[in-house]
Ligand binder design. Structure first.
Ligand code: GLN
Length: 385
């Protein structure tokens, strides 16, 4: 193909390919064990597969409603009622999306005007800032404080201005595995009181939280819930990241703005999968068992590498484990992650990729949503380094 002969200005100069695509691609190229991108390597529920087949055979193969299949929205409403004791109207306040990332970009597109400011905590999932910038917004970065990645609320107070339109939060937090505490939610409530700030709460790891701690959803705090759009993901909860189905919860007035964007981004999400989830979600065990399932994996991985030279950073939620390699190498995170993939056959993600300025902390992120066998093989490699 000949090159485009005209000229154009890039809308996103300097923006490179997502680190998940880069590291997963490299791991595949090198035939390495891939603990980089977050996805399970074990089979999903047979029941869920047969439900999708059932609904395909029943003829549920045409467009779903723009808002999502109603029985799935009702299932989500029941789940939120039973886990959080909060009511969302399945017709007006819940929408199905093509995964969490689409939900996030559509929320940002719906609310960020040119020159609006959005506050983002770093390290941050890599889609937030580009979505804000693409919509003409200005990103205000706040660093989570190490070693435990906590929020310095005094700093946040200083950063809020009358141009602040949105605060984007993520708990349980990718990549650090930290979680918001009730005190954090109360601080957020105080800071946003009497403002027009909208909260985008990325809660895709809501069911991956360990040691019996409660997930702090913004929906548990009525004043926050009023100004929040919450993002959830069936990919994380039902081990089906490749099906790309998520959802948004929001009060009606925010949801109707969200839908104005969503309808012209994807219009709707694939139908048989929504029907299958609608049935599957009714069985509470399908999500309530997740914490203990992943807690065992977190603990197994940590135990297997305790004799290695890596330092394990405490992980309270998500399926990511940060490892500190400062005792091993002076190399930059990206270089070390590449070498680990190429020379040792183990893929990971450099945490620097979650910072706009590429902070260097000597931390790599490993996904432990893997079979015990994969974790054992990975640990064997890590113990040799
Ligand atoms: N959320 C996943 C992760 O952090 C990846 C999502 C993606 O690849 N876009 O690994």
């Amino acid at each position: 193909m000949e090159k485009f002969p005209g000229s154009f200005a890039s809308k996103q100069p300097g923006l490179s390919t997502s680190i998940f695509a880069v590291m997963s691609g490299l791991a595949n190229e090198c035939n390495a064990i891939n603990l980089s991108q977050g996805f399970p390597d074990f089979p999903i529920s047979e029941k869920l597969i047969s439900l999708v087949e059932k609904y395909m055979r029943k003829g549920m193969n045409q467009y779903a409603p723009m808002q999502g299949v109603l029985s799935l929205r009702e299932g989500i409403a029941e789940k939120v009622k039973s886990t959080c004791n909060v009511e969302y109207d399945s017709v007006k306040e819940i929408n199905i999306t093509a995964g969490g990332t689409q939900a996030i970009s559509s929320i940002i597109a719906a609310f960020i005007h040119p020159d609006d400011e959005a506050l983002i905590f770093e390290p941050a999932y890599d889609s937030y800032a580009p979505s804000v910038i693409l919509n003409g917004g200005i990103v205000k970065y706040v660093e989570l404080r190490q070693p435990d990645f906590h929020i310095d609320w005094k700093e946040i107070k200083k950063m809020i201005s009358n141009r602040t339109r949105m605060i984007i939060l993520n708990t349980p937090h990718n990549p650090s595995g930290s979680i918001w505490k009730p005190e954090d939610m109360k601080e957020l409530e105080k800071i946003t009181q009497n403002t027009d700030i909208i909260i985008l709460s990325d809660e895709v790891y809501e069911h991956l939280i360990f040691d019996g701690i409660r997930h702090e959803s913004v929906c548990l705090y009525p004043e926050l819930a009023q100004r929040s759009l919450i993002v959830g993901s069936f990919g994380k909860t039902f081990h089906t990241t490749g099906w790309k189905v998520g959802f948004v919860l929001a009060p009606e007035n925010l949801m109707s703005e969200f839908r104005k964007v969503h309808q012209f981004v994807v219009f709707c999400v694939n139908t048989p999968v929504q029907h299958a989830y609608a049935e599957f979600i009714r069985d509470k065990d399908n999500y309530e068992s997740l914490s203990s399932f992943y807690q065992q994996k977190r603990d197994l991985f940590a135990k297997l590498i305790q004799e290695s030279r890596f330092k394990v950073v405490p992980c309270y939620g998500t399926y990511f484990q940060l490892l500190d390699y400062s005792r091993i190498s002076e190399e930059k995170e990206f270089d070390f992650a590449v070498r680990l993939t190429k020379e040792y056959g183990l893929g990971s993600v450099p945490v620097s990729a979650f910072y706009h300025k590429g902070n260097e902390n000597k931390l790599l992120r490993f996904c432990f949503a893997k079979t015990d066998e994969t974790l054992e093989k990975s640990a064997e490699i890590l113990c040799k380094i």
